[in-house]
Design a protein around this ligand. Structure first.
Ligand SMILES: Cc1cc2nc3c(=O)[nH]c(=O)nc-3n(C[C@H](O)[C@H](O)[C@H](O)COP(=O)(O)O)c2cc1C
Length: 168
């Protein structure tokens, strides 16, 4: 547990990536670890499309929003997709497929012929640490900044719903 908390404390959204290729064996280990994530009824509703060759990476670059220019350095981009009937659809809108992120999922689906019933949830850019000078000022500052989070009392309450309406 204490090891896990240490790792979580260290994790940051790092954007200064090197374009150094990732060994196949490292990719296997990473993706095996990814599949150990918990899932509803162990449905494992994720489908990962790994992009490592230049032509495939170029195609995904076309889908990125401007602020995600830094993803273009990544030697590996993982497109993560699901479709609702692969996972749990439970009462009260507990539908386990909620996409967010700075790219156009329709462009990704078109470029890689991903069937329409799949929802592209996210892109994961993976690479070794790289040169921060390639980052825009805002991202360079974030790279080594203190972690920015809401005060705990804004996101946590005990025993009764005590959030102010502005915090809902
Ligand atoms: C669902 C999700 C989508 C995100 N999308 C982007 C993104 O498109 N571009 C980006 O640079 N960072 C993205 N991030 C990273 C967040 O901006 C980052 O986690 C947040 O600012 C907190 O920084 P920290 O993770 O270093 O604590 C995303 C994070 C999550 C969980």
């Amino acid at each position: 547990m204490s090891e896990l908390i240490k790792e979580i404390n260290l994790r940051r959204a790092k954007r200064a990536l090197s374009d150094k290729k990732i060994p196949q064996e490292t990719i296997q280990r990473l993706m095996t670890a990814a599949t150990y994530a918990p899932s509803c009824f162990n449905n494992q509703s994720w489908r990962f499309l790994l992009l490592t060759d230049d032509a495939a990476l170029k195609k995904v670059h076309e889908s990125l929003s401007g602020g995600n220019y830094w993803v273009k350095k990544a030697p590996l981009v993982v497109v993560t997709a699901t479709k609702p009937d692969l996972d749990c659809r439970l009462s009260d809108r507990r539908d386990y497929a909620h996409p967010i992120a700075g790219f156009d999922p329709l462009k990704v689906k078109e470029a890689f012929r991903i069937p329409d019933e799949f929802i592209v949830i996210t892109l994961v850019a993976i690479g070794f640490p790289g040169d921060e000078s390639a980052l825009r000022d805002k991202h360079r500052e974030l790279e080594n900044s203190a972690r920015d989070r809401k005060p705990l009392e804004h996101v946590l309450c005990f025993n009764r719903w005590a959030f102010k309406s502005s915090q809902n």
